[in-house]
Write a protein that binds this ligand. Structure first.
Ligand SMILES: [Ca+2]
Ligand SMILES: [Ca+2]
Length: 205
């Protein structure tokens, strides 16, 4: 006579995160709790674990986790430079007179105290596309807009979409920066010349 026995789990676990933008939580079939922090967003989330026994009885417990961001903020970035006076460190200041205020220098990872060749980092290409080399991990609202008439601007790309989206022709990145080629309209060859602009919402000062 043969007998067999299979192991049953006397308790089932489910887990939820109060903010999956900050941390995702899951329990594997082996009962391991896995927490996956966001690469971009910092903050606090509550993880709740619920256990259900074979009779359907439930109990739960929760704890809080804090996710720290290792993305360099504007405030951290500007401490890398020795500005001549506090007003020169402001987001809107342009102490090197290259036309890019410090906030834009931060977004492009350029030196706010040395004139930047801005046209090589954000340029309209002759085929009607646009290319920019920009900080890869941005928590600020940053978007590229285009227009044909300088009246109506359309968003072509925004930082939150990263390397996904139909307007991206190519996306190459290093640890810190991404070089992105954008096409405003796949069918709009007759709409050249186009104008491009970068729109940045700075952090509270
Ligand atoms: Ca500047
Ligand atoms: Ca500069």
């Amino acid at each position: 006579m043969e007998t067999s026995a299979s192991r049953i789990n006397p308790v089932r676990f489910t887990v939820t995160s109060s903010n999956t933008n900050i941390v995702e939580a899951a329990v594997s079939s082996e009962g391991l709790l896995r927490l996956t922090p966001s690469q971009l967003n910092a903050g606090v989330a509550t993880i709740t674990i619920e256990a259900t026994d074979l009779e359907g009885g439930k109990t739960e417990t929760s704890f809080m986790v804090t996710v720290n961001s290792n993305i360099e903020s504007y405030a951290e970035w500007q401490t890398n430079f020795t500005f001549n006076g506090e007003e020169n460190a402001a987001q809107s200041a342009d102490p090197d007179h290259d036309g890019w205020p410090n906030l834009v220098e931060y977004v492009f990872v350029t030196d706010p105290l040395t004139p930047t060749e801005t046209a090589t980092l954000f340029q309209a290409l002759s085929n009607g596309n646009c290319q920019l080399t920009i900080r890869k991990n941005l928590t600020l609202e940053v978007r590229v807009e285009s227009t044909t008439d300088l009246m109506t601007w359309a968003t072509v790309w925004q930082a939150s979409q990263g390397n996904s989206g139909t307007t991206i022709v190519s996306y190459q990145s290093t640890n810190e920066q991404a070089t992105i080629t954008l096409q405003p309209n796949r069918f709009g060859i007759d709409l050249i010349p186009r104008y491009w602009r970068l729109f940045v919402v700075g952090p509270e000062e």
